[in-house]
Write a protein of this length. Structure first.
Ligand code: F6R
Length: 608
């Protein structure tokens, strides 16, 4: 998704903007640009490609020299990735903007502006906003923003330079995230905290339809009527180190290694006297007793964490759970009842479909619970109940540690729910919670014992055209995540299948040497899965088996065996996911891919 930054102060603005944009690279982008006030004029530099391409261009053409400006990394939505479509966009002589989001009525607005003599150079919806703002501007920035915002529909965060207001930045948001950072003699705007943390930890969260005005003397906020707003100053608890690679080759492998700590930090504060305690998050035993049905709504990896939630909650707490992809849920007229609990899982807390799904559930009278990693994000703020996962910033586009903490929370919730419903005693609940507390050490062991083997096995995957992941029950839920991880960063096609479903069609895909990753960690289903493995093996598949350290594996079952530490059957996903992440990681590395920023993908999907 696009990233926005802006700077007012005394530093070399071009340098600040580019280094801040680098910290937003995790959001995914295909072009970049900056606009800086230079001797009373706005100097724009843009390039298709990476920030390195922009820097190369500025080395060759000269970089804008000044202390005030805005910058942008673009993830194309309207119009191909190209220099012309990249931001910042001018709206005429008076206005230059950067934008994150989507303007839904841009076609109508463009027609209106063309009728009024305006011409356009790009295919973007952003240029329409720039032109409209310019059209509405008569020297009063707030008035022009107010008028423009009353005309545009959609989601957006905007950073704006008015040509006759050197030394100032205006910013406004609706739906898309934007923060305003402050330090002595300088201020910043950014789509996310890591962009500014090297300069300041102090920031304000801009709310829906609030306007920020930044100068080197400080920042002020007003609503669309120009009425002053006082806001709470926040202090980021992330160190700069946490937002950087810390000696690893990629963020993804760093984040895989951070999983034990992330689980500890997420789980430990939610345990009291050996029992899960989510009271502080607004979830009480009394409330859980009343829950009749649960919907878990999310996208991608977060939805796969929801699948784990479904299997464990239905098994232990006997509450029916429906897992939905957010983009389907929001348009399929779901049947939601007042006593239903709707759980939204999201790392970023800004995923457009998940946010819309949550709003829909609320409007239907259900209670919503958000499980979110990004503090202060939209989903976190709007949910009725909130459990923060404490994974810290996840920078790699492929989610690993966020998934791990999402499933940790699923376990806590499941144990408390099962206890509330009377399906387990407090003693049983404590034993389960103890086992969960031992997981961080087991994840550590799993990384140590499977890392090199996964690296070796990855060498056998790099030339594959297609792979299958198979498993039953929780292993099927894990297979879905393993398959997504592999395809998104290795660009090798793969599919996850319920092992027992193969013979209903998919087994015809198996050819000599085709890699099949079989996950068989569920002791109660082990023999059944092994039968399915034999079916693919008999047809020539190269089987890579992920099983627990104690599993008895016949000689004819697998070509490669990855063993993970054994824990309670229901907790096995927390160790078994690790080799699936490592296999994806090393396959991507060996194929020479951009592991942390896979093509076409964005970290935070703030558009529908
Ligand atoms: C895959 C991945 C995505 C996200 C999905 C939801 O590795 O990261 O599938 O899980 O885009 O994002 P959040 O969790 O931010 O709502």
């Amino acid at each position: 998704m696009c990233g926005i930054v802006g700077y007012v102060g005394n530093r070399d603005c071009s340098e600040v903007l580019v280094s801040a944009l680098r910290k937003l690279e995790y959001r995914g982008y295909d072009s970049a640009g900056i606009a800086v006030f230079e001797s009373g004029k706005i100097n724009i530099k843009k390039a298709q490609g990476r920030l390195d391409d922009l820097e190369d261009k500025m080395k060759y053409e000269g970089k804008p020299c000044g202390n005030v400006g805005i910058g942008h990394t673009r993830w194309a939505t309207h119009g191909v990735p190209s220099e012309i479509n990249s931001h910042p966009h001018r709206g005429g002589d008076k206005v230059t903007i950067v934008h994150n989001g989507i303007i839904e009525n841009y076609k109508e607005l463009k027609e209106m502006l063309i009728k009024n003599g305006r011409t356009f150079v790009s295919e973007t919806d952003t240029e329409v906003v720039a032109q409209l703002l310019d059209f509405n501007y008569d020297g009063d920035p707030v008035g022009a923003l107010r008028k423009t915002l009353s005309q545009v529909e959609g989601s957006f965060a905007l950073g704006v330079l008015f040509a006759d207001r050197e030394g100032e930045i205006y910013a406004v948001r609706r739906e898309s995230p934007l923060i305003v950072g402050v330090a002595e003699g300088e201020s910043f705007i950014a789509s996310d905290v890591p962009a500014i943390i090297q300069y300041t930890k102090k920031y304000y969260l801009l709310e829906h339809d609030e306007i920020a005005h930044l100068t080197s003397d400080g920042v002020s906020f007003c609503d669309l009527n120009g009425k002053h707003i006082s806001k709470e100053l926040k202090v980021a608890d992330w160190s700069q180190d946490a937002a950087e690679k810390g000696g690893y080759d990629h963020y993804m492998i760093k984040e895989i290694h951070e999983q034990p700590t992330s689980v500890k930090t997420t789980v430990t504060p939610r345990i009291s006297d050996g029992m899960p305690s989510l009271d502080e998050c607004g979830i009480t035993v009394d409330y859980l007793k009343k829950v009749k049905q649960i919907h878990i709504v999310a996208c991608g990896t977060a939805m796969h964490a929801g699948m784990v939630g479904k299997y464990i909650i239905e098994k232990l707490a006997k509450v029916p759970v429906i897992v939905d992809i957010a983009s389907e849920f929001r348009y399929r007229e779901p049947l939601i009842h007042k006593d239903d609990l709707v759980i939204i899982i999201s790392q970023s807390g800004e995923t457009a479909d998940s946010l819309a799904a949550m709003r829909l559930a609320k409007s239907m009278g259900a209670k919503t619970l958000a499980i979110v990693n990004a503090k202060g994000s939209s989903i976190a703020r709007e949910a009725d109940m909130l459990i923060y996962t404490h994974a810290g910033p996840e920078i790699a586009v492929a989610s690993t540690k966020a998934y791990m903490v999402q499933i940790s929370v699923m376990y806590l919730l499941c144990f408390e729910l099962a206890f509330a419903k009377g399906y387990i005693t407090d003693g049983e609940c404590c034993r389960l919670t103890d086992a969960l507390c031992e997981i961080p050490a087991l994840i550590d062991d799993t990384i140590d014992t499977t890392n090199d083997l996964c690296h070796e096995i990855a060498e056998k995957l790099i030339d594959a055209d297609s792979l299958l992941y198979i498993g039953r029950g929780l292993d099927y839920a894990l297979s879905m995540e393993g398959s997504l991880k592999l395809k998104e960063i290795s660009y090798i096609h793969s599919e996850a299948y319920a092992a027992g479903e193969l013979k209903h069609g998919t087994i015809s895909l198996i050819t000599e040497g085709m890699p099949v990753i079989a996950v068989a960690t569920q002791t109660s289903l082990y023999d059944k899965t092994v039968s399915n493995i034999k079916e693919v093996k008999a047809r020539g598949a190269m089987v890579i088996l992920v099983c627990d350290e104690k599993a008895e594996v016949g000689a004819d079952v697998a070509d490669h065996i990855i063993r993970v530490p054994k824990t309670l059957e229901m907790l096995m996903p927390m160790t078994a996911i690790v080799p699936l992440q490592l296999l994806a990681y090393y396959t991507s590395v060996l194929r020479g891919n951009d592991v942390d920023k896979p093509r076409n993908l964005a970290k935070s999907v703030t558009v529908e």
